[in-house]
Design a protein around this ligand. Structure first.
Ligand code: ADP
Ligand code: MG
Length: 585
């Protein structure tokens, strides 16, 4: 916490309706930026505020501006400019929440890619506040569909980012079209020259506020690093995913492509996850964030830009899978956890040649980052075993097992074996795809070239002669000599045939050809299409060679596969939770 004593919210002259919301939401004290910004903004002063993300800037401007708002005048009075659509939505949502007890209050988020007609209708119906990206706001101003003549306040949120994204002309043009009497607040995590120039030109005698990097938010985050050695980063990540108490995790990588590739690899290992990057459509990104918020998704792999400003209090872990380019983005990244007063965990993967960046980060944040050792195979095994026991207990408690008890009775009398042996066999079947003793699988993942396969599977059992139900083996006419790798095939087939990479089974690479297990029920049309698809300069010329012999496609890390998918007791619920590897699921 900061040393200075912060005033209570009740000491701030905010509208009673806002005090009520603050109490309802459960904010105890204003954050430092709020304590320092609210009084001057209430007094109508301009403001230049420097504070990192996660310090509570939204309420710092929203609460005083909502207090000063004339609710009876249904015209845009507040305009907030944000660098991205996500932030526009987030800020609009937060303002709507803070204004919960201001009857009839309307805030409209406005951003590119959103249906223009809908925006126009809402603008016509009347709004008190508009939150948007500079480009789309400019559009509306040009068309005359947004009128700023009654505007009393402009907020430039995350100004450094806005300018970095090239919005300087739009921002200036917009400011020029607002009444000269308006109040202006500018917030920025950093204060480069460009931001100061805009401030100099458009702010009148501003109150200047600077909140140091070391905020309570950052202090609530435990920072660790893992020195990359011995294991691949993917294996390290998998162990962390299995061993830590995780509510939700945000994983940072450097490129958009890597978000997708890592997501595929994690899915192949049974973790449900999603990529978040700038190439995705707005709708897809919003969907992923919504799922992360509501708990139907726990792992997101993102780039810096896509995750900027993301505010999901569930995020308990931030993993810097790839080290950030600078200390500032490190602070932004880890600021996605430890939100809203919750504790957060940040883990940084550091390759030997990245040690200097680690030192720089420690210096910049003036906080220690402690080395961590990865959980051992034994730790993982212990955790899997205890989760397994929990699952048994839960199912025993929650399920009607009569049908199964009778089944076991009849099995026992038919085959004359002990209950212990039957139970052990069933336990074996249940854990087959995610073995409770992961020793061999782990060793193999580390040392064999198979690691690089896009779809790593549990080691294949040579003895398994029985063909797997659900898969057919196909031959494709591209092989090792053409430079093909499993990821090429997975990429091409999943894209062209529109099957998820999880639907693709075992891949065996030969010199001139490959064998690939694909779902039995591929439509003829898809098969024909795949025949003409090119991979590594060769046409696949896909042909069926028989029943799939490889591993079945995994799903969601479940201990149970067949049972979960095809209950043999008609109408039975899923006998086991869908995600065996996760706590509380
Ligand atoms: P910033 O814009 O600086 O990144 P936000 O306004 O998005 O920060 O706030 C970050 C998080 O902190 C949000 O989840 C918000 O609800 C929470 N928050 C804001 N002010 C307070 C407060 N006074 N007490 C507790 N939580 C707060
Ligand atoms: Mg913000």
């Amino acid at each position: 916490m900061t040393e200075e004593i912060l005033p209570a919210f009740t000491e701030l002259a905010l509208a009673p309706a806002l005090h009520r919301v603050i109490a309802e939401i459960g904010y105890e004290t204003p954050s430092p930026i709020q304590a320092q910004s609210i009084p001057p903004l209430l007094a109508g002063r301009d403001l230049l505020g420097q504070a990192q993300t996660g310090t509570g800037k939204t309420a710092a401007f929203a609460l005083p501006l909502l207090t000063r708002l004339d609710l009876a005048l249904v015209r845009p009075q507040i305009l907030v400019l944000t660098p991205t659509r996500e932030l526009a939505l987030q800020v609009a949502e937060a303002m709507q929440t803070y204004a919960r007890h201001l009857p009839g209050f309307h805030v409209l988020p406005v951003y590119g890619g959103q249906n223009m007609g809908q925006q126009l209708r809402q603008l016509e119906r009347g709004v008190h506040a508009v939150v948007g990206t500079p480009g789309r706001i400019q559009d509306h101003l040009r068309r005359g569909t947004l009128k700023l003549d009654r505007l009393t306040c402009v907020v430039l949120d995350e100004a450094d980012e806005m300018l970095r994204m090239g919005f300087v002309d739009e921002v200036e043009a917009i400011l020029e079209q607002t009444p000269p009497t308006r109040q202006t607040a500018l917030f920025s995590a950093t204060m480069p020259k460009e931001v100061l120039n805009v401030a100099r030109r458009h702010l009148k005698d501003p109150v200047e506020i600077r909140i140091k990097t070391k905020t309570a938010t950052v202090a609530a985050i435990t920072q660790r690093y893992w020195q990359v050695k011995g294991l691949h980063k993917l294996d390290a990540l998998t162990r962390i995913l299995e061993a830590e108490e995780i509510e939700a995790m945000l994983i940072f990588v450097r490129t958009k492509i890597e978000t997708v590739e890592l997501a595929e690899k994690l899915e192949a290992r049974g973790f449900t996850c999603a990529a978040l990057n700038g190439d995705m459509t707005q709708a897809l990104r919003e969907k992923a964030i919504e799922r992360l918020k509501n708990g139907s998704l726990d792992i997101v792999i993102a780039t810096d830009v896509a995750a900027r400003g993301l505010d999901v209090p569930r995020i308990s872990h931030v993993i810097n899978y790839d080290i950030p380019y600078d200390t500032e983005s490190y602070v932004h990244r880890i600021g996605r956890t430890g939100r809203a007063g919750r504790p957060g965990q940040a883990i940084l993967f550091v390759a030997p040649r990245e040690r200097r960046m680690l030192n720089a980060i420690e210096q910049a944040t003036r906080q220690p980052i402690t080395p961590m050792t990865l959980p051992s195979r034994k730790d993982i095994a212990n955790r899997r075993i205890s989760l397994f026991k929990e699952q048994i207990a839960e199912a025993m408690e929650a399920q009607d097992l009569e049908f199964f008890e009778e089944l076991i009775d009849s099995y026992q009398s038919e085959y004359d074996v002990g209950l212990r042996r039957i139970a052990a066999t069933l336990a074996y079947l249940v854990q087959k795809e995610r073995p409770l003793q992961p020793a061999e699988a782990f060793a193999e993942e580390v040392v064999t070239p198979e690691v690089e396969r896009a779809v790593p599977r549990a080691p294949r059992r040579e003895s398994s002669k029985t063909p797997e139900i659900g898969l057919t083996t196909y031959r494709v006419e591209v092989g090792r000599s053409h430079g093909v790798e499993p990821k090429h095939l997975v990429g091409a087939i999943s894209n062209e045939a529109n099957i998820s990479s999880r639907g693709i089974g075992y891949i065996k690479i030969h010199d001139d050809y490959c064998l690939v297990d694909l779902p039995d029920d591929l439509p003829q049309q898809t098969i024909r299409h795949l025949q003409s698809v090119w991979v590594c300069g060769r046409r696949l010329l896909l042909s069926a060679v028989g029943k799939g012999g490889g591993e079945k496609p995994g799903k969601g890390g479940s201990f149970v596969k067949d049972g979960a998918k095809r209950p043999f007791k008609p109408g039975a619920k899923k006998p086991f939770p869908a995600r065996g590897a996760k706590k509380g699921s």
